[in-house]
Design a binder for this molecule. Sequence first.
Ligand SMILES: Cc1cc2nc3c(=O)[nH]c(=O)nc-3n(C[C@H](O)[C@H](O)[C@H](O)COP(=O)(O)OP(=O)(O)OC[C@H]3O[C@@H](n4cnc5c(N)ncnc54)[C@H](O)[C@@H]3O)c2cc1C
Length: 377
Amino acid sequence: MNPPSLNNTPVWDDGAWRTLAPQASDLTTDVCVIGLGGSGLTAVSELLDLGRRVIGIDAADVAAGAAGRNGGFLLGGTADFHHDAGTAIGRARALRIHQLTLEEIGRIAAQAPGTVRFPGSLRIAESDEEFADCARQRDAMRADRMPVEDYDGQFGRGLFFPGDASFNPLARCRALAMSNVARGAQLFAKTRAISFSANEVVTDRGRINCDTVIVAVDGKLESLVPELAGTVRTARLQMLATAPTREIEVPCPVYARYGFDYYQQLPDGSIALGGGRDKSIDTEWTTENEPSLFIQNYLESVLREKIRVSAPITHRWAANVSYTFNGLPVLAEVRPGVWVLGGYSGTGNAVGALCGRAAAHLASGGTTEFARLLTEK
Ligand SMILES: Cc1cc2nc3c(=O)[nH]c(=O)nc-3n(C[C@H](O)[C@H](O)[C@H](O)COP(=O)(O)OP(=O)(O)OC[C@H]3O[C@@H](n4cnc5c(N)ncnc54)[C@H](O)[C@@H]3O)c2cc1C
C-alpha cells in the first residue's frame, strides 16, 4: 500500500539527522542506558546532572521507536482521564501525578528549545454518553482546582485544557541527544543490547561494563525483559499526515472518542492524525510496526468525513508502545541493579520523561517524588 513517499516515515522527520556512530570497542561506565527515546534520553540527562558517567545505546537510532513517531501531544496526567485516575489510584495521588506531568512538560520545553508549543488541548465528545463523561472529568478537575474549561465550538462539544502542549517529538529527542553528547554522555546508534545484568551489557558490537543498567524501552518491552510478560502488552499505533493546508485551522491538539482518535495541525498547516486502534483491537495487539490497510483506511475516513480535510496524504506510519493493566507505567528494578521503565499505555511523552528522571535517581541510590507516588499502595 505504500509508495516510497508513504513508506512508514513520520511527518516529523525532516531528513536532516546524521545518525550517531555504533559502539566500536568494549567500554566501561557507571550507568548504561538501553534505548534512546525520550525516556532514555531524559534518564541520560538526569544522570549527567547527578555527576554519573553514562553510556546510552540504541538498536536503531535516536527516537527510532514511538518517541520519534507519535502524535506530538504533551498532555497532563497519565493514560486515564483525571476522574478515572482518581478512582483507580486515589484522588490526591492522581492530582499530584498530574501536577508533576505538567511541570515535566515545562522541563521538556526548556531542554529542547523551539520544539514545544503551549496551545492547550481539546477533549471532544462524540456521543451524549461521552459528553456526560466529560462533565464528570470537568467536575473532578474543578474540585481539585485544576485548569479546565467547557468547550462548544467548531470541533464539537467537550473540554479545553489550557495547560497542555504539543511538540515535534523527533526534533525534541534529537536536540536532547545532541545536548547529552555535548555534556559528556557517550551515545551509540545501531548498537543492540543482547543481554544485560547490573554489571554488564552485551551488545551486538561488544561489551559495556557498568554498575547499573536502565532499560528505557516502551514498545516490545516484554520481549526484551521477559519478567514483564503479563505486566505489559505491546500494541501498534498508527498515524497519517497531510500536505500543508489552510482549508481548516486547528488551534490545538484534539483528542476525540475517549482519545482513540487524535489530531493536530502542525505549524506548516499539515494535519497529523492518529488512532482507530479500537476499530481492530485484535490485529493491533502486535509487535508489527508497519501501517495496516484497515486502520489507515479508517484514519483516512476520519480525515475526509469528520475533520473534512481534502489535502493529499503525504505520510503514513506506525510504531509500537506497551500497555499496562492499571494505566500506570512500569518503573521497577527487575533484576538487581537493572531498572526498567515503560508501559505508558499510549501516553508516554511526559510520563516517560518523569520515569526516565526517576530511574536516574533510583539507579544512583536516590529516589524522586514521582517514583514514590508510582509505588505507593
Ligand atoms: C502513533 C503513536 C502516537 C502516539 N501519540 C502520543 C501522544 O500524542 N502523546 C503521548 O504522550 N504519547 C504518545 N504515544 C506514546 C509515546 O510515543 C510513547 O509512550 C513514548 O514515546 C515512549 O518513549 P520511550 O523513550 O519510553 O520508548 P521508545 O520510543 O519505545 O524507545 C525505545 C528505544 O529503544 C530502542 N531499543 C529497543 N530494543 C533495544 C535493544 N535491545 N537494545 C538497544 N536499544 C533498543 C528502540 O530502537 C527505541 O529507539 C504515541 C505512540 C505512537 C506509536
